[in-house]
Design a binder for this molecule. Structure first.
Ligand code: EPZ
Length: 438
């Protein structure tokens, strides 16, 4: 298992381009299963999670190919060229999502909706939990049942059947933590081929769901209310293959913005959409970080004195839970006390103990953490536990005094492409070493 050695403190400067969104790419790759034929996606990043999903789609009987157009030497920001991914969904031999793949990447459950609509039957392993908490799919199943699917569980698998097809319905998809992103994706994708009209109330409004809806419409679907909590889908008889470019990754963008802020540097973050990140920009500016729109992105400048702020994670357009850990690392050295409340995944605090090993002063109180700002962080050996907690430790390592060792960096490779190369191009001092503690 690889290890990062991170020397700090450093001050980042320069330009970095944000890659295509992991969380838009995954459901959009699943949507390709709805249309017989060969579809091409542009901008899908090279990530471990994407590779696992490619493996899953291929074993359904749909060949997947990757190539980077404009392949050649990396440009100044390390981009080789627009990565292309093609999926040939002409035929689906085997609508089954096996446990050994789904357990590695729980977002694989988003093949449920498209395969049920296309094939009339699908079997997918229940995803199980992960480091950030239980990951139930009861709302996914509730929505698919209301579209007419018969669903039962057997030996850890969900078996969903609709031999006579699906029928539109009015569905309330809100849960105890608000909307569900992949639950909305599954039900929306299934509804595109259902007979009649489906209304999804309390739908997720995340930009990744908007991107999926736009892609589905480009395939011939009829989705309206896009971007709102009420989606209306008028079923059609079939969808056609598409060529589609995924949106930039707002969570990767936010991570790079915090990297500039936590190191007191100045970074031009390119290929990002500030309109998708208003809650994030609001918190950064309240902390005292300068964020100025610039070209196809923004320039972020840190400041010596960080103001403490309160953060509560919420469904979009609220503050994204996927940036909670990164902002906690930033607030660890703010000039006063902050409170971070996690309303989406109340257990998503695996990074707290590790940041405290780096001399942060964080105290967990239920689904909240009190962040008492300290003067500086001190390097230490720490353990990555999940994707975004790992990113927080990298950010803290760049600001801390000394050499921080991060074990199990495979977690970070799931959602960030060549993160150490791209940060080093901005002035970081990160080396990736094979081995390290298990
Ligand atoms: C998506 O996960 C993202 N993953 C997550 O990003 C993100 O943290 C999450 O949305 C919230 O924004 C992808 O898009 C691949 P949810 P998802 O269903 O769809 C509860 C990352 O780091 N819930 O919106 O699985 C659930 O337990 C990942 O990139 C139910 O109760 O999340 C949670 O408390 C991590 N029943 C809340 O809703 C259900 O059927 C939101 O979960 C489904 C969810």
């Amino acid at each position: 298992m690889d290890v990062f050695q991170i020397e700090g403190p450093v001050r980042l400067s320069g330009h970095v381009d944000v890659n295509g969104s992991k969380n838009a790419s995954l459901p959009i790759m699943a949507a390709m299963l709805l249309a017989p034929g060969r579809s091409t996606l542009i901008g899908v990043p090279h990530l471990a999670d994407i590779s696992v999903f490619q493996e899953l789609i291929a074993q359904l009987g749909c060949p997947v190919e990757r190539q980077a157009d404009g392949a050649g030497t990396p440009n100044a920001t390390g981009r080789v060229g627009e990565p292309l991914l093609t999926i040939d969904a002409t035929k689906i031999d085997n609508p089954v999502g096996p446990y050994d793949i789904v357990r590695k990447m729980r977002a694989s459950v988003c093949i449920l909706g498209p395969l049920l609509a296309r094939c009339g039957r699908v079997e997918v392993s229940m995803p199980g939990g992960c480091a950030i908490g239980d990951r139930p799919i009861d709302l996914h199943l509730l929505g698919l049942r209301q579209l007419g699917a018969q669903i039962h569980l057997k030996s850890g698998y969900v078996i969903a059947e609709a031999p006579k097809g699906l029928k539109g319905a009015s569905i309330f998809l809100g849960g105890p933590f608000g909307s569900t992103v992949l639950g909305t994706a599954n039900v929306m994708m299934a509804a595109t081929l259902a007979k009649g009209r489906t209304i999804i109330e309390s739908a997720a409004c995340e930009p990744e769901i908007t991107d999926l809806a736009n892609c589905l419409n480009a395939m011939g679907a009829r989705v309206s209310g896009i971007g709102s909590p009420r989606l209306t889908i008028d079923g059609v008889s079939h969808l056609h293959p598409v060529q589609y470019r995924v949106i930039p990754d707002r969570i990767e963008a936010g991570t790079f913005m915090v990297a500039a802020a936590i190191t007191g540097g100045q970074v031009h973050v390119g290929h990002c959409r500030l309109d998708d990140m208003m809650a994030v920009v609001d918190r950064l500016r309240n902390i005292g970080v300068s964020v100025e729109s610039n070209g196809d992105g923004c320039v972020v400048a840190g400041t010596r004195r960080l103001e403490p702020v309160d953060i509560t994670t919420q469904p979009y357009p609220g503050f994204p839970t996927d940036l909670q850990a990164q902002f906690m690392a930033l607030l660890a050295t703010a000039d006063g006390n902050s409170i971070v409340v996690e309303k989406i995944f109340p257990d998503r605090f695996m990074h707290v103990a590790e940041l405290n090993r780096m001399a942060a002063n964080l105290r967990k109180e239920g689904a909240a953490v009190i962040v008492a700002g300290v003067k500086k962080l001190i390097a230490a050996p720490v353990m990555a536990s999940d994707l975004r907690a790992s990113a927080a430790l990298v950010l803290a390592g760049m600001a801390a005094e000394g050499i921080t060792t991060i074990n199990r960096v495979y977690h970070i490779d799931r959602g960030y492409e060549r993160i150490e190369e791209r940060l080093n191009r901005l002035g970081a001092k990160i080396t990736r070493e094979e081995g390290g503690t298990v």
